[in-house]
Structures are given as structure tokens and as C-alpha cells.
Ligand binder design. Structure first.
Ligand code: SF4
Ligand code: SF4
Length: 166
């Protein structure tokens, strides 16, 4: 009995002077690994145009049926992305998502990327639906917000190899 108490105290003392393995989350956040797959982001080109062309390949690839995409037509007066179409609606149901990354792999324009954020708590089911407005990144410093007015014939390809002339 006494031996067990001494053994317990020894174990406690041994760990007392070791650095803690816990952190004071949420004040302190541990960096994640390079290959960590967290909250999705919808990316933009440097000129501000959206990379997503509304093709819905990500939705087709998703094993959890978590993505909903609705596409609409671009025009030179109201251009959101290169090519013919853009995602007028883009939603991910985070309650369904299993963070497999298949959507990222399937995307032909590298528009959807699983980034490092893991703070995805919500209080009700409706809040688990992440909309395009929540997912899309800010406009780059030298870019313009969408929709843009562009010269006719520019950006008529789905994946632009040209730079924005402006
Ligand atoms: S990470 Fe996987 S489960 Fe989540 S939206 Fe993408 S394909 Fe679907
Ligand atoms: S994120 Fe990529 S795969 Fe999904 S609709 Fe947009 S362009 Fe297509």
C-alpha cells in the first residue's frame, strides 16, 4: 500500500517538471502539418476573377454528396470567371464533408482547395452549409472584384494562359 503511494507520488513529481503537452486553445493554436486538409477555399486569379467555372466536377467526385454547384453564363459586361460559365451558387455541407480532398483533385482549375483552418463548429444545421460568399477568398491587392466588365473576346477560355491586360 505504502509502496503504491510512493510510486504514484514519484510519477507525479517526474512529470511536474516536464514541459506541458497541452496548449491553451483557443488562445494558442498548434500549426498543422503540410498535408492537413481543412476548411475549403474558393480561389481567385491575380486579376480578381474567380477560378471556379461552375463545371461541378467537384460535386461529381464528392463521395459524401456534400457539394452543390449551380452554374450561370458569363458575359463581357458581367464576368465572374474565365470561360463561359461561373458558379452562381456554390455550397458545401460541412456536416457531410469527410475532408477527403477528392473535390480538390477533380477540379480542373485548382479553384477549390482544402486549406489549414479547422475551426468549423456551428450551432445548427443551417450554419453547416458553407456558401460561396463564405468560401471565396478576398480579391488580391492588384485585382478587381467580380463581376468585372472586360473587353469582348478576352477570357473566353476556361483556363486562361494570358494575363489580365489591365
Ligand atoms: S473534401 Fe471530400 S467529402 Fe468534402 S466536399 Fe470535398 S470531396 Fe466532398
Ligand atoms: S470548384 Fe472546380 S470542379 Fe468545382 S465547379 Fe468550380 S471549377 Fe468545377
Amino acid at each position: 500500500m505504502f509502496g503504491e503511494i510512493v510510486k504514484g507520488l514519484y510519477t507525479t513529481l517526474k512529470h511536474l517538471f516536464q514541459p506541458p503537452v497541452t496548449v491553451q486553445y483557443p488562445e494558442i493554436k498548434r500549426p498543422v502539418r503540410n498535408r492537413f486538409k481543412g476548411r475549403h477555399e474558393l480561389k481567385r486569379y491575380e486579376n480578381g476573377l474567380e477560378k471556379c467555372i461552375g463545371c461541378a466536377l467537384c460535386a461529381a467526385a464528392c463521395p459524401a454528396d456534400a457539394i452543390f454547384v449551380e452554374a450561370s453564363e458569363n458575359s463581357d459586361e458581367k464576368r465572374f470567371s474565365p470561360g463561359e460559365r461561373y458558379a452562381s451558387t456554390y455550397e458545401i455541407n460541412m456536416m457531410r464533408c469527410i475532408f477527403c480532398g477528392y473535390c480538390e483533385d477533380a477540379c480542373p482549375t485548382q479553384a477549390i482547395v482544402l486549406e489549414k483552418s479547422y475551426e468549423l463548429s456551428f450551432y445548427d444545421r443551417a450554419s453547416a452549409i458553407y456558401t460561396k460568399e463564405m468560401l471565396i477568398v478576398d480579391v488580391p491587392v492588384n485585382g478587381r472584384s467580380t463581376p468585372q466588365v472586360v473587353e469582348p473576346g478576352i477570357f473566353n477560355r476556361a483556363i486562361p494562359e494570358m494575363e489580365d491586360p489591365k
